[in-house]
Ligand binder design. Structure first.
Ligand code: HMG
Ligand code: MG
Length: 298
């Protein structure tokens, strides 16, 4: 049987916006977060404490964290690639921080300017300091299904980096298909490798939809019991260091599928579509989400 309940981690404000060339104002970012939580999302990845030279769109990280109206029933997370990022993030009082490694050496170099081994060494004190502050640490494992630079990524390499992340105390692992090339059986195999080191409730799927496989991959993940997924409203997103990769699976599309399966997400799809229409309007384009387009055309 499939899980009866799914937790969605809304990554639109972070993954969704990080790739946008035109600066989105702090006010619009905070308004997006407000609409997402009003739609019933209880986990929101708000911003990144990364170098503003590398990702200019996230430069207003502290201002965004100060501008959001926090709700007691919502958990807010932020990306922290190193101690400098963590120290800045601590001022913003997130519930969770995210360190991000890759199962590909080439991608690790392009995205965070260091090898996989160096990244793990860099994350270890980040995890320690986050835990000392009572903050949970999620790890993202990029390129778990393929790499834009080196192509194939082996399951053994996925497992090796998952084990290293667990060894430094990372609490949760997000298996990420950065460029959206994964297909269902392969996704199940990658998740199974992660599940050797993390419990079912602490493994999630982060699927970009470049090749249109993301919903199928979520269904395949449900079959192995995984019940936490990242998704991005309106299908926004992409990684600046993964050229050509499109957005994450659209939250609207995931909620529509899960509603049809009778799986509870707590999300109101109409309010979610409003949030997607709002941010798409700010960006001057239509939502990528097929469900949003269909519902807006009604
Ligand atoms: P570096 O250049 O090697 O860092 O970058 P450095 O330690 O040598 O420092 C260089 C400069 O950056 C210094 O400033 C530091 O102070 C500053 P300067 O002295 O030149 O003025 N700096 C920082 N500033 C602000 N916040 C920080 C920070 N750290 C150093 N935290 C670094 C290394 C990791 C910082 C850089 O490569 C970086 O910021 N990378 C982030 C790239 C990124 O954000 N990618 C997108 C997010 S990951 C993603 O999208 C994938 C995911 O969605 C899953 C998936 O789909 O696969 C999660
Ligand atoms: Mg991503």
């Amino acid at each position: 049987a499939l899980p009866q309940k799914v937790t969605l981690v809304e990554v639109g404000p972070r993954d969704g916006l990080q790739n946008e060339k035109t600066p989105v104002s702090t006010e619009h970012k905070a308004a997006l977060v407000a609409m997402l939580q009003a739609a019933g999302l209880t986990e929101i990845e708000v911003t990144s404490f990364v170098s503003p030279k590398w990702v200019p769109q996230m430069a207003d990280n502290l201002a965004v964290m100060a501008a959001i109206e926090r709700r007691a029933d919502v958990r807010y997370s932020v990306l922290t690639p190193n101690l400098k990022g963590l120290e800045a993030a601590l001022l913003a009082l997130p519930h969770e921080v995210v360190v991000f490694a890759a199962a590909s050496e080439a991608f690790s170099q392009k995205n965070i300017n260091c090898s996989i081994t160096e990244s793990i060494e860099r994350f270890a004190p980040v995890v320690q300091a986050a835990h000392a502050a009572g903050i949970k640490v999620r790890g993202a494992l990029s390129c778990a299904l393929g790499c834009p630079y080196q192509g194939e990524v082996s399951l053994d390499e996925v497992e090796r980096v998952a084990r290293l992340m667990r060894a430094i105390g990372v609490d949760h692992l997000g298996v990420a298909d950065t460029i959206g090339v994964g297909t269902p059986r392969r996704v199940q195999q990658a998740l199974e490798r992660a599940l050797r080191y993390f419990p079912l409730a602490e493994v999630s799927g982060h699927f970009h939809d470049t090749y249109g496989q993301a919903l199928a991959n979520i269904y395949a993940s449900l079959e192995v019991g995984v019940h936490t997924f990242d998704a991005s409203v309106a299908g926004l997103g992409g990684c600046p260091y993964a050229k050509g990769a499109t957005g994450n699976v659209a939250t609207e599309d995931v909620v529509f599928m899960l509603n049809g399966l009778g799986i509870d997400t707590g999300v109101d799809i109409d309010r979610l579509v409003d949030a997607g229409a709002f941010i798409s309007g700010v960006l001057g384009r239509a939502p990528v989400s097929r469900v949003a387009r269909a519902l807006l055309a009604k």
